[in-house]
Design a protein around this ligand. Structure first.
Ligand code: AMP
Length: 219
């Protein structure tokens, strides 16, 4: 299986689709947002520094991310491919990532770009609830993504919660920062011939999206 970089705006559903791919291909889903949240949960001084920036939607410094990600990619479960979610977010990170791959003797693989309209992503963010225990994500407004029981995770039955950065102001800042940084990144990967684009529409179920993604992985 190829290594996959999954690029999408916040709340486009990439966390959900990455988890579906993880199960389908038996490769790990590595989200830099999750790596950072894990560090915050450990309560270290680094974690406290990260928490402040994450609350306001600021990007975390490259040194911190590089360190956390490199350690994760060295783990054995990454040897047969992985899905990288939330990284790289700009050209500087893309170049650092290539150095990291060379030092780990790994290939760049494929870059999947998931397009989604801003209004649709905003709706998904404002009504998103996540499971702090297993990472599953649900939506209290969109029928296809509602949890079976209000406030309870379908998978592990833990209490669901709202992410601190899912308020409208922080979301719009994250979306705009994303757009500012991503267009150059998309061109960068397009020129390398590794970019595959797909679009998420309002009524797309998980199954439809998974098929779209599998289509570009296998072509
Ligand atoms: P995400 O879970 O990908 O939406 O990321 C949540 C937050 O984590 C972002 O708003 C950033 O503060 C931080 N973050 C995640 N990935 C990166 C990255 N590659 N570079 C810098 N900051 C990041």
């Amino acid at each position: 299986m190829k290594n996959i970089i999954f690029i999408a705006p916040p709340a486009a559903g990439k966390g959900t689709y990455s988890k579906l791919l993880q199960d389908k291909y038996n490769i790990p889903h590595i989200s830099t947002g999750d790596l950072l949240r894990d560090e915050v949960n450990k309560g270290t001084s680094l974690g406290q520094e990260i928490a402040e920036d994450m609350k306001t939607g600021k990007l975390i410094s490259d040194d911190i991310i590089t360190n956390l990600l490199k350690n994760r990619l060295k783990e054995e479960d990454c040897n047969n491919g992985y899905i990288l979610d939330g990284y790289p977010r700009n050209i500087a990170q893309a170049k650092t990532y290539e150095e990291m791959l060379a030092s780990l003797n790994k290939d760049l693989g494929l870059v999947i770009y998931l397009e989604v309209d801003k209004d649709l992503a905003l709706n998904r963010a404002l009504y998103r609830v996540v499971c702090p225990n297993c990472g599953a994500s649900f939506n209290t407004k969109i029928d296809a993504f509602k949890p079976k029981e209000d406030g309870i995770c379908d998978i592990c039955h833990h209490q669901l919660e709202t992410r601190k950065d899912d308020n409208e102001q922080t979301f719009l800042k994250r979306f705009d920062t994303y757009l500012e940084n991503t267009s150059a990144l998309i061109n960068y990967y397009q020129e390398k011939g590794v970019l595959r684009k797909i679009k998420s529409e309002n009524n797309d179920t998980n199954e439809i999206m998974l098929n779209k993604i599998r289509g570009v992985i296998n072509d």
